[in-house]
Each structure stands twice: as structure tokens, then as C-alpha cells.
Design a binder for this molecule. Structure first.
Ligand SMILES: NC(=O)C1=CN([C@@H]2O[C@H](COP(=O)(O)OP(=O)(O)OC[C@H]3O[C@@H](n4cnc5c(N)ncnc54)[C@H](OP(=O)(O)O)[C@@H]3O)[C@@H](O)[C@H]2O)C=CC1
Ligand SMILES: O=C(CO)COP(=O)(O)O
Length: 381
């Protein structure tokens, strides 16, 4: 245990938590919680992985070279993992969440434990965020649900390199309880109540990271990447705000922070998938080569559908989809230019201050309407 770890073990001493999903992020988050003082039981779907974590305190497939804390154990039996859990963390690929929740539901029927999504995707079939899928399938009070997001590349954190995250919940109390548990000398959790913005930050930065990977693969340099990151943040903000997020959330750890980490790091699977596309591999080849979950590939289509429904333009994300579909040469991807219109545009956004009909205006209108109606019908997640 490092000095930093020892400093904050008192935070969650003895709290019993379950982490469902023992890939790179589930296992790393289990370590974060255990190093914060919690007793952690991981659920792995493969018995041999559960055994390796429980006995050797290793997860050699997903976190090579990392020793896991003694306070972490693992099982492949869901009921055992959830037995007595005071907090439940979910970290399976987004497209498999619903089927996993169906198995969890009877086991959590009598539980009041907070349920925390660690995932960064939307469901392809429904376009729902993970917290919405959790609410639907567990039929639980949304105040029990929290989401965690931020610049959190698993392997860096498993090596105890310091970072921070945001825990968001409709309920300040839930967010605080989770943040107290998910905190130690190398991991600091902030809180907010903007679940929508926090979740969409994590989903959308994956799509921009794929774009960055594509231009990297093509061989373009830093100007192109900086332009895509900057214009990408505008697209992220417009989209998230049009869907009910607070714009400042996208400027924080769950937005800009995660965008920087994911776009810069070769550890990012989304970035890696993009690089393969940029090098000329087709979608099927990329999927075959990826050993781990790259959420961005599945989130592209539902995000674009939601964008169209909200009237938000996402030219960079549209181009990523075209490259993925094989209808655009990766070399033609550009830090786009928002429209093919020749008229010069204000930089901030096609939908914000510079435009007349966009996301920010709608957000202000929504806030104004809520104010006029005394807060009744305020958008809750
Ligand atoms: N890795 C990271 O740095 C971060 C990841 N995240 C998010 O965490 C989530 C999980 O990703 P991550 O841990 O990285 O993914 P990995 O690919 O590292 O691991 C996926 C895990 O999910 C399991 N799994 C796969 N399919 C199913 C299924 N149908 N049902 C149950 N379990 C399944 C895998 O089991 P098996 O080994 O048996 O295949 C494995 O344990 C994603 O939404 C990701 O965006 C968020 C922040 C950081
Ligand atoms: O979400 C992450 C970092 O915050 C991990 O990104 P990737 O899923 O692209 O590896």
C-alpha cells in the first residue's frame, strides 16, 4: 500500500460493496474502493477470472502487472457478490447492461443500496443512457442511482497515478455517499446533480476520441487534432444541453477532462479503434482486433438519432459514422466546418450564441419556463 492509499483508508472503512463486471474498469474501480477502506466483492462472469482475483489478487488479462488489494475478493455467483452489499457498482459493456440487470433485479428486490453506473455508452436499440436503463429494469427510485465519470483511464489508475472523477445523482445524499466511498489518496471524487450531463460527457468524448484516432491513423498532426477536440467539445455541449444537461458539466471533469485524457492516450480503446479505421481497416476488422470494449462504436448511431431528434448538428460525429460505414475516406475527415455553407460563422457554435435556433437558446427557454411555473415539471433524470 502506498502512502497516499494509507492516508485515506478511513473514508469508507468496512463498507461492503459489490462490483458487477471484472474487466479493466470494474477491477480498477474495485481497487479504488478497497484502497478507500471498503470490503469489495467483484462479480466476474468467468469462474477462472473470479478465482484469479480472489486467490492471486491479480487480473492478468485486463490489468497486467497490477497487484490487487487484500480487501478485494471475487465470485462468479451473482447472489454471493450482492449478499450484504451496501453499494452496488455496475461495469459491464453498455449493450449487455439490460440483460445483466434482469438477473440482478430479484437479488436486489429488498435492497436500498445505491446503484452506481461506471459505464460510458448508450443503449443502441433505445438510445437510453445507462442510468435510465437501470431505472427501467430495477424499477427503483432514481434517487438511488448514481453515475461516475471523468478522465479515468483504468491502467493509469490501477498504477495509482492520481486523478479525479465526478459522481452525479439526482440525490445529493446518494452522490455524497458514493463519493465518500470512491475516494482515496490517488482518486478524488467530486459531486454534482447533473446526471444527464455527466453521462453524456462520457458517451460523447468516446466519439470524438474515435475521430482523433482516425486522423492519427491517417497521419495528420496536432493542428487537426486540436481543431477536432475544440470543435468536438462544442458538439458535445450542444448535444448534451439540448438533451437537458447543464453546460458547465461539459466544461468539467466528465466533459473536457475526459475528452483530453481519451483523445491523448494510446490506452484509450476508442482512440485505438479510430486509429485502425484511419489506417484503412474496415469496421469488422476493427471489431475483431479489439480485445476490450470500445463503447463509441455502438453509441454512434443512437447518438446521431438523438441529435437529429433534438435538431443538433454534429458534423464531426457524422463524419466518424461515415468512415465507420465505409462511405467516407478517412483522409477526408476534417475538424469540420459545421456546414458546407460559404458564410463565415461565429466560432462558439452553430446552435449557440452565434445562431438563432439552437441548443443553448432552448436550454435558456426551458429554464425560463421552469422558473415561470414555479419549478413544477423541472427536468429530472
Ligand atoms: N477501461 C477504462 O479505462 C474505462 C472504462 N469505462 C467504461 O466501463 C465500462 C466497462 O468497460 P471495461 O471494463 O473497460 O471493459 P473491458 O472490455 O475491459 O471488460 C469488459 C468486462 O465485461 C464482461 N462482459 C462482456 N460481455 C458481458 C456480458 N454480456 N455480460 C456480462 N459481462 C460481460 C467481460 O467479461 P469477460 O472477460 O468474461 O469477457 C469483462 O469482465 C464501459 O462502459 C467503459 O466505457 C469507464 C471509464 C474508464
Ligand atoms: O473512459 C475512459 C477514460 O476516461 C476510457 O476510454 P476508452 O474506453 O476509450 O479506453
Amino acid at each position: 500500500m502506498t502512502r497516499r492509499t494509507a492516508l485515506s483508508r478511513r473514508e469508507a472503512s468496512g463498507l461492503r460493496v459489490a462490483v458487477i463486471g471484472a474487466g479493466s474498469w470494474g477491477t480498477t474501480f474495485g481497487k479504488i474502493l478497497a484502497d478507500g477502506g471498503a470490503q469489495v466483492t467483484m462479480w466476474a462472469r468467468r469462474p477462472e477470472l473470479a478465482q484469479e482475483i480472489a486467490e492471486a489478487k491479480r487480473n492478468s488479462q485486463y490489468l497486467p502487472g497490477i497487484n490487487l488489494p487484500r480487501a478485494m475478493t471475487a465470485t462468479h455467483q451473482l447472489a454471493l457478490a450482492l449478499d450484504g452489499a451496501e453499494q452496488v457498482y455496475l461495469s459491464v459493456p453498455s449493450q449487455s447492461l439490460r440483460e445483466n440487470l434482469k438477473a440482478l433485479r430479484p437479488l436486489l428486490a429488498d435492497s436500498e443500496a445505491p446503484v452506481v453506473s461506471l459505464m460510458k455508452g448508450v443503449e443502441r436499440r433505445t438510445g437510453l443512457r445507462m442510468s435510465q436503463v437501470i431505472e427501467q429494469e430495477l424499477r427503483c427510485d432514481p434517487d438511488r442511482i448514481a453515475v461516475a465519470s471523468g478522465p479515468n483511464l483504468a491502467l493509469e489508475i490501477a498504477r495509482e497515478q492520481p486523478t479525479a472523477a465526478v459522481i452525479a445523482s439526482n440525490s445529493q445524499e446518494t452522490a455524497d455517499a458514493v463519493a465518500r466511498a470512491a475516494r482515496n489518496g490517488y482518486f478524488r471524487s467530486f459531486v454534482n446533480t447533473d446526471v444527464i450531463g455527466t453521462e453524456f460527457g462520457g458517451v460523447l468524448k468516446n466519439l470524438i476520441a474515435v475521430a482523433i484516432g482516425i486522423v492519427d491513423g491517417v497521419g495528420y498532426g496536432e493542428n487537426t487534432k486540436a481543431s477536432i477536440i475544440t470543435r468536438g467539445l462544442v458538439e458535445m455541449t450542444d448535444f448534451a444541453v439540448a438533451n437537458g444537461a447543464q453546460p458547465e458539466t461539459l466544461q468539467g471533469l466528465a466533459g473536457l477532462g475526459d475528452l483530453i485524457a481519451t483523445c491523448q492516450s494510446p490506452l484509450s480503446r476508442n482512440n485505438t479503434a479510430g486509429r485502425l479505421l484511419g489506417q484503412g481497416y474496415g469496421y469488422q476488422d476493427v471489431v475483431k482486433q479489439m480485445q476490450q470494449t470500445a463503447e463509441g462504436l455502438a453509441s454512434l448511431a443512437p447518438v446521431l438519432q438523438l441529435a437529429r431528434a433534438a435538431g443538433v448538428e454534429m458534423p464531426i460525429v457524422e463524419q466518424v459514422k461515415m468512415v465507420l460505414d465505409g462511405t467516407m475516406d478517412p483522409r477526408d475527415i476534417a475538424p469540420h466546418l459545421t456546414t458546407d455553407d460559404d458564410t463565415p460563422q461565429g466560432e462558439r457554435t452553430q446552435n449557440g450564441q452565434a445562431g438563432s435556433g439552437g441548443a443553448l437558446r432552448r436550454a435558456f427557454q426551458r429554464a425560463f419556463d421552469q422558473f415561470r411555473h414555479g419549478g413544477r415539471g423541472a427536468a429530472r433524470d
